[in-house]
Write a protein that binds this ligand. Structure first.
Ligand SMILES: [Zn+2]
Length: 661
């Protein structure tokens, strides 16, 4: 895969460093099949037998091990002053070094884990200026550890010394950094507030001309923190690539990393409903945003911080892992402690999937999305998730992007339709005028529609009247649809297929809708713009669908997509809505893969074994000469006509992949 330099949204120091941060050639993480396993070890696990630990991980089926190396506690005999060896690391013992050697002897890759976000009190005593300072001037101390500031000397002066020792002493295959940057909350969920250390004060004033705010939700402070983390990332990436060419830099941010780390985790503070497409979302979004990136989406085995050793449902683990594979990622599991667990749920749930990957690993190298529709991430909220669900449930393959790099990096013509779930970025105007097709939702008017907007109203409990079933064939049994979002009021008239019924009396029952009026206020706008076309839904069907799953909302979206697409759908199928289907390319192998993930085991807060389903008929754009269904290890008979290929999958249990050539 290509590596592209992207210089958007970076500060001047990053620009200077960017060329040096690129690896010289493709890394192992791009060319080798990866089965990733992290054993996140408390400090006292230095006493584990390194050889046995590695043997257990290999037996599990992983070929990439993420292992604690240093930062808060070094699991090797570090000689760097103010970098602390684990208190359980015996004199003359080198847990990390022994594990690295044992893993390399088995052909496994090893990524060393560092956490530079916190350290011990003597470091604070020696260099208080390196550390996070709360608004009241106090340091941030959690369980005896002092939080370092991303802008302070711990990250900028001391970390390079620590990492230079690590990188020159150990032939690691990569370094991963936990908690990269100043977190918004501590491990107890208590807000940290903004950092008021001297380094932050100086840098923030230089950037904004302001004093540091008292509230870390300040937009300029947030941007400052983001840029601060990227600047450190650029520095560490340069160090890693210079001292250990071929080693990867991994953390949770996009910029300067070789591998983007995401997590599918279970925070008990996250509002319901659960997001069953967490892994799909993370991998799809990372793979299709910005540069060609590799993403490791980590399936977190535990429920949440208070219960690190207690695992989530095995079916949740399995769903996340299959979704990783279906969207172009790797199987990736994180457990806490050694592999000898009191709760083995996640390990046993994941083991067959790691074995599957091992048996078919060539299918999962260098996958790229073949989807012809792009869903923009926008603000990533309910509006986005509603569209994500609608497209998934009706089996319209789509890629997700957080940015517009595809406009300038050679993928300008890659998509038949772009969907903006909550407003149209200005940069898309030129793309539309040159022939692009855009479906945009939300109250922010596309430029071409601005003159038609009368007013923008806050969330209302009103309704839309559906006039024209010819426009909305999916909406067969209702003429009414919920409007519960903000909406842009457009000039009346034009015979719109959707018109507004404003909020009217809803009680007592004797009075319901006695005051109801019909209007000619349109719920839809569309026009040719240059050689392209913009279709605007001036309210939020995505957010409403995420909340209510109303078929009317999905029907509006799907019928509009079908009207806009110039050549019809890329994929047609009779599959159940809870069968997730992705279409991927392996360009270097000349193959197309159709992945099917059975999501039917998800219900409410539960993840159960999915219901077997099938046969599933698939009609895919493109003419292929042969197809093989991998789990059943059998060829599929194909019917080819008019540039499309049809085949039938006899049955689906959890996951299947069809290889088309
Ligand atoms: Zn600071």
């Amino acid at each position: 895969m290509r590596k592209r330099i992207t210089v958007r949204r970076v500060c001047s120091i990053c620009l200077i460093l960017s060329a040096a941060t690129l690896p010289a050639a493709e890394g192992w993480w791009q060319t080798e099949p990866v089965r990733f396993f992290q054993t996140n070890l408390p400090e006292n696990h230095s006493t584990l037998d390194a050889e046995k630990h590695v043997a257990a991980v290999a037996d599990f089926g992983a070929n990439v091990l993420l292992l604690n190396m240093g930062g808060i506690a070094a699991q090797y005999p570090t000689e760097v002053e103010l970098h602390y060896r684990s208190r359980w690391l015996a004199e003359g013992h080198d847990f990390f070094g022994d594990a690295l050697r044992a893993a390399h002897e088995r052909g496994m890759r090893v990524i060393g884990r560092f956490d530079l976000s916190k350290t011990q009190k003597p470091v604070f005593a020696a260099h208080p200026e390196w550390f996070f300072r709360r608004v009241n001037g106090e340091p941030a101390v959690f369980n005896g550890l002092y939080s370092a500031c991303i802008n302070g000397g711990y990250y900028w002066e001391h970390a390079p010394k620590i990492l230079t020792e690590a990188l020159t002493r150990y032939p690691v295959d990569g370094l991963f950094f936990n908690m990269f940057g100043n977190p918004a909350v501590d491990y107890a969920g208590v807000p940290m507030g903004p950092c008021h250390c001297d380094a932050c004060a100086q840098k923030f004033r230089a950037r904004t001309g302001r004093a540091l705010p008292a509230d870390d939700r300040d937009p300029e402070y947030r941007a400052f923190m983001s840029e601060s983390a990227k600047a450190v990332a650029a520095n560490l990436a340069e160090l890693i690539h210079r001292l250990r060419p071929g080693a990867a830099f991994l953390t949770y941010i996009d910029e300067y990393t070789d591998v983007i780390i995401h997590e599918s985790n279970t925070s008990v503070t996250r509002p319901l409903p659960l997001w069953p497409y967490s892994a799909s979302d993370n991998v799809n979004r990372s793979l299709n945003s910005g540069r060609d990136k590799v993403v490791f989406n980590l399936c977190m085995s535990f429920v949440d911080y208070p219960w690190r050793f207690i695992h989530v449902s095995p079916n949740e683990v399995r769903l996340r892992l299959w979704q990783n594979l279906a969207h172009g990622g790797a199987p990736a599991l994180v457990i806490f402690g050694g592999i000898g667990q009191e709760d083995t749920t996640s390990i046993e749930a994941a083991r067959p999937i790691f074995a599957w990957h091992r048996a078919h690993e060539d299918l999962y190298v260098g996958q790229q999305s073949a989807a012809r529709i792009l869903l923009l991430y926008g603000s990533g909220g309910a509006e986005y998730r509603g569209f994500f669900r609608i497209l998934t449930e009706v089996h319209i393959p789509f890629a997700v992007s957080t940015d517009l790099d595809w406009l300038t990096d050679g993928r300008r013509d890659a998509y038949d339709l772009v969907i903006a779930p909550d407003g149209m970025p200005e940069e898309l105007n030129a793309w539309v005028e040159q022939g692009g097709r855009l479906l945009v939702a939300g109250t922010i008017a596309p430029a071409a529609a601005a003159d038609d907007v009368v007013a923008v109203h806050p969330a209302t409990r009103a309704a839309w009247r559906v006039h024209d079933r010819g426009v909305f064939p999916s909406i067969a049994t209702t003429e009414l649809m919920i409007l519960d979002s903000p909406y842009a009021e457009l000039k009346p008239g034009g015979g719109s297929p959707l018109t507004l019924i404003p909020q009217a009396m809803t009680g007592p029952p004797e009075l319901v809708w006695l005051d109801k009026v019909e209007t000619e206020t349109p719920g839809l706008w569309s026009a040719d713009v240059g050689r392209g076309r913009v279709t605007w839904i001036p309210w939020n069907p995505g957010g409403s669908y995420y909340r209510y799953s109303s078929p009317g909302h999905s029907g509006v979206v799907v019928d509009l997509v079908d009207r806009i697409l110039p050549r019809g759908r890329q994929l047609k199928t009779n599959a159940h809505p809870l069968v997730e289907i992705t279409v991927m390319h392996q360009p270097e192998r000349g193959r197309t893969l159709v992945h099917l993930v059975n999501v039917s085991g998800h219900s409410g807060t539960g993840y159960f074994s999915p219901l077997a389903t099938g046969p599933i008929a698939i009609d895919l754009a493109g003419e292929f000469t042969r197809a093989r269904v991998v789990r059943a290890d059998a060829p599929l008979s194909l019917r080819i006509a008019s540039g499309r290929t049809r085949f039938e999958l006899p049955s689906l249990r959890e996951y299947e992949v069809v290889v088309l050539e």
